[in-house]
Design a protein around this ligand. Sequence first.
Ligand code: HDL
Ligand code: ZN
Length: 413
Amino acid sequence: MPEVSRDNLREFVHRVASETPVLDIHTHVYSARFGRLLLYGLDELLTYHYLIAEVFRVAPLPYERFWGMSKSEQADYIWQHLFIEHSPVSEACRGVLTVLQAFGIDPKQKNLTSIRKHLSAIAREAYIDQVFKLSHVRRVIMTNDPFDDNERPVWEQGPEPDERFQAALRIDPLLNDWDGAVKRLAGWGYRVNGTLGTSDVAEVRRFLIDWVERMSPRYMAVSLPPDFTIPEDGPRAALIAGCVLPVCREAGIPFAMMIGVRRSLNPQLRLAGDGVGAADVTSVSRLCVAHPDNRFLVTMLARENQHELCVTARKHPNLMVFGCWWFLNNPSLIEEMTRIRLELLGTSVIPQHSDARVLDQLIYKWSHSRRIIADVLADKYLDLARAGWMPTEQEIRRDAADLFGGNFERFCG
Ligand code: HDL
Ligand code: ZN
């Protein structure tokens, strides 16, 4: 296979990175059969909760006044204050522009009404196809919550038919609000009383098995607060060890832990009100050691946790580090994290996920991240070249395929 010359290495790596189809392992998008849960189009892009948090900084107004606006009035307000009256330099603002550009729209030449008209003229199925084509994403993994009253009935009708959308079984209410979950589980016919005795354990396992069979999830997932520790008093540690991990082992799927979110720092901002806190990485290590037959996908929300998480991953082959989550999904931190990861873990990582909530965001979240990951990868190959090791085209394609989905698929088995 031909080696790549040093002079055109960077350009070749960028081309491969932009062309490699991605398996996006964590998103909040939905397939068409979920109806209104599938968000797409200009107003959804502009009312992304990241932009809601940002607009209150430059144009504060009474929260209820904003929440009382229609979706398009909120979008107009955000556009006016974050794009017209201030330069849209934040990552979430720039993302909207990247999406419009990909659809061939010059926002400087149009107004929101004509942009809305342009995008809403595309039928929903065609829109989904267009976004997958423009983003070079081959498959997304959704976030599927059996406790969500809008989502549950859809799953009760049957499995997901669109193979571009796969499930992840998200169990935050079970692990983070056991008392509330007991009431819901009992209402669905699971014989639980909250004592977490053998009957509760058996019934929670039955609940999880029922949903694994219904969803065929690629993994089970939970988001956890900064003060999450193992061991810890309370039901969460017992539910993880006694129910979640045995069912994951039996189903042959990983358990994903997303650690470090401080929910509702500002409840008036609703989805936009969450914050971040440094968490305990040693607890991840303890779980990996105590459950060697389980596989753990882990992402942490605090920048301060990233280096220690990579060092921990060097100790545990059953630990896979993934993504630049949420407040880390910005160029400066994606670059820093990708460098730390490649230098400590080689290509044995999942460098990114999109966390897209609006389907169109697949376009910008991936085009922004591919560029950064490609640049870091090119730098590492040039470091290799200085040591006399020039990668071949095939090796570069292999590495990109690993990073953009292959590592996840092998890790999931
Ligand atoms: O808990 C999560 O999965 C987070 O990603 C939240 O959904 C958060 O609101 C988000 O969308 N972050 O990007
Ligand atoms: Zn998420």
